[in-house]
Design a protein around this ligand. Structure first.
Ligand SMILES: [Zn+2]
Ligand SMILES: [Zn+2]
Ligand SMILES: [Zn+2]
Length: 254
């Protein structure tokens, strides 16, 4: 099974349009980007996307993905579902998994598209091509949002989704002891109502006993990528994790 971070940026992405901060200027000058949030899971030729980023067309083209077997949405914010119609134009009737409430919210925006709504409740385990998933509620006011637990061949991967640190206790139990924890962190420090800063994200990683942690959903508040990697376990667009027989390999994108 392969897990690939297609986009590690926050909702405006980096560089931010019309922003001339040090990070955004560095991104323009040195031609790097943090695109909007999508995570690719590939297992036995099946392609699954966790969230459908507004940058999805480029992300799919670059990764030579021509077909998507299923989609899972974490919450009804544009940077997590806005790109759904990017592949809908060439491929209809995709299975989309999320809670009934998140389906209802996103369905209002995407009322002109037809797709196969698969409703799953929080804490209800379900499988797609040999991989098992469990959604758990997180805290991202004012919308309902879930994180995702993925289990495959003895490995456990947890994706926090967009959340602040006030995650319900029952969800924390579900998140414990992952081999890989992909956690949202919008800035190195500072207080945010809907998100965690790096310090909070890393303390949560410690609390749940994560073996490996990757920060994602990164804002331009982080230094330029080349500097940020020296201080934080920041993810990078196209970073890939491959889970095989008893080993976890990691590749950085080009
Ligand atoms: Zn977001
Ligand atoms: Zn900026
Ligand atoms: Zn959000």
């Amino acid at each position: 099974m392969i897990i690939k971070l297609l986009g590690t940026g926050d909702s405006p992405g980096t560089p931010v349009l019309n922003c001339h901060c040090k990070t955004c200027e560095d991104a323009r000058k040195n031609k790097w980007e943090r695109r909007r949030y999508s995570i690719l899971i590939k297992n036995a030729d099946k392609i699954l996307l966790i969230d459908t980023s507004p940058d999805l067309r480029r992300q799919l083209l670059e990764n030579r993905i021509e077909r998507v077997d299923a989609v899972l949405w974490t919450h009804p914010h544009f940077d997590h579902f806005g790109g759904f119609s990017e592949f809908y134009r060439v491929q209809g009737n995709v299975d989309v998994y999320t809670t009934p409430q998140i389906h209802e919210s996103i369905g209002k925006y995407l009322h002109f598209l037809s797709y196969k709504k698969k409703e799953v409740n929080a804490f209800e385990r379900f499988s797609i091509s040999d991989v098992s998933f469990t959604l758990f509620p997180v805290n991202h006011p004012p919308v309902e949002a879930v994180g995702v637990k993925i289990e495959w061949n003895g490995y456990k991967i947890v994706i926090s989704g967009d959340t602040n640190l006030e995650i319900p206790k029952k969800s924390i139990e579900e998140m414990k002891n992952p081999d890989l924890f992909i956690v949202n962190s919008i800035a190195p420090s500072g207080k945010f109502k809907k998100h965690m800063n790096a310090k909070e994200a890393l303390s949560l990683a410690g609390e749940i006993g994560a073996k490996k942690v990757v920060l994602s959903h990164l804002g331009h508040f982080f230094p330029p990528q080349k500097i940020a990697v020296r201080y934080y376990p920041v993810g990078e667009d196209n970073q890939e994790f491959s889970f095989g027989e008893g080993r976890l390999d990691e590749f950085l994108g080009d």
